[in-house]
Design a protein around this ligand. Structure first.
Ligand code: NAD
Length: 356
């Protein structure tokens, strides 16, 4: 079966890295049909909108979307609704990509890049599943109001049982494909909305008897993440807690240039993109680390295309390259005696392809 992929390079280093990622996919020798789409700043220039209809239509038709990054100083002063980032948010909303998957994985050879002691993080492999389309970021009513010369700001944290159930099912399912353990994070001792979260996750657990489930309050989860992160397998949580915990977990692994992500909908379609942005400060200089986007392509193969073996091959190739001491600038060790060699974007991608 041919898998249909929409590749969207986007802006800055996104445009620089995407051709290399497509070369990596090509090297797998699989039956892939790759179409190209525009989004973000480049789409504003070419079509006058950050999310052209042609891109949206192609994304709906595709099995998966592979995205570089969007944004840049050139478009920073445009009105909010015409900014490059609006294109990305619009794409996620149009595909109803409610499940955000953020792995925090640390390759053994990069353990000394973490802010934690190497023995705490070497071999770290956590998957954070964040609900992406609900909760306090979207809840109504919201606003800032003024009365009698005083101002009052408010938001609403709201989840319907159906929204919790669908993200819980995704997380249980993923736990089943990994270590079989799921931690649900809430603040059920204070917030009713997260008491409902805990109740619904517990109900869904009945359908996944082989998965070990535990519940942790968010304050404790934050503490445990920096104390003993390897205790976690899959973590599922709402939009706000997930935003914060996934960034904290990400930083355990050292560099933005290594971090992939996925946003999935109920049909298994997904948008796969690095966690980093378009990095205008280094764009066009052959210094960007392409591994976050290459690892996003591996996630795409695993989660939307069902090609587990191909995903494993990419991850093994990245591991082999790192083991050989090949590094882009962002993951160079501070210790100048280390036996490593600094390369550019092109050479890093070449090394991954050679390892494949
Ligand atoms: P950024 O992630 O682009 O860059 C932050 C820092 O990390 C920079 O110093 C950059 O050089 C470095 N960096 C990022 N990726 C790297 C890589 N692959 N290799 C080596 N170094 C890397 O974040 P920012 O500077 O806050 O934002 C720049 C632009 O990107 C803005 O327009 C922002 O809105 C946009 N942005 C887009 C996305 C997205 O497309 N999903 C996400 C975040 C930011």
């Amino acid at each position: 079966m041919t898998h249909r992929i929409l590749a969207i390079p986007g802006d800055g280093i996104g445009a620089e890295v995407m051709p290399h990622v497509l070369r990596v996919l090509d090297a797998l020798g699989m039956d892939l049909s790759v179409e190209s789409g525009t989004l973000g700043g480049v789409a504003i220039e070419e079509h006058g909108t950050p999310l052209p209809t042609s891109t949206l239509d192609a994304a709906r038709e595709a099995d998966a979307v592979l995205l570089g990054a969007v944004g840049g100083p050139k478009w920073d002063n445009l009105p909010m609704d015409r900014r490059p980032e609006k294109g990305l948010l619009g794409l996620r909303a149009a595909l109803d990509a409610f499940a955000n998957l953020r792995p925090a994985m640390l390759f053994e050879s990069l353990a000394n890049a973490s802010s934690l002691r190497p023995e705490l993080v070497a071999g770290l492999d956590i998957l954070i599943v964040r609900e992406l389309t609900g909760g306090i970021y979207f809840g109504e009513p919201r606003g800032i109001e003024s009365a009698n010369g005083r101002r009052r700001g408010y938001n609403t944290d709201v989840y319907a049982d159906g929204e919790i159930e669908r993200i819980a099912r995704v997380a249980f399912d993923l736990a089943g494909k990994r270590g079989g353990r799921l931690t649900s994070v809430d603040k059920a001792n204070v917030l009713e909305v997260t008491q409902l979260w805990r109740d619904v996750v517990t109900e869904v657990h009945a359908d996944f008897p082989n998965i070990e489930l535990n519940h942790v309050y968010v304050d404790n989860a934050a503490m445990q993440l920096v104390r003993a992160p390897k205790q976690f397998d899959v973590i599922v949580t709402g939009n706000l807690f997930g935003d914060i915990l996934s960034d904290a977990a990400a930083m355990l692994t050292g560099s933005l240039g290594m971090l992939p992500s996925a946003s999935l909908n109920a049909k298994g379609q997904g948008i796969y993109e690095p966690v980093h942005g378009s990095a205008p400060d280094i764009a066009g200089r052959n210094v960007a680390n392409p591994l976050a986007t290459i690892l996003s392509a591996a996630m795409m193969l695993r989660y939307s295309l069902g090609e587990e073996t191909a995903a494993d091959r990419i991850e093994a190739a990245v591991n082999a390259v790192l083991e050989r001491g090949i590094r882009t600038a962002d993951i160079m060790p501070a210790d100048s005696d280390a036996d490593v060699c600094q390369v550019g974007t092109d050479e890093m991608a070449d090394a991954v392809i050679a390892a494949l």
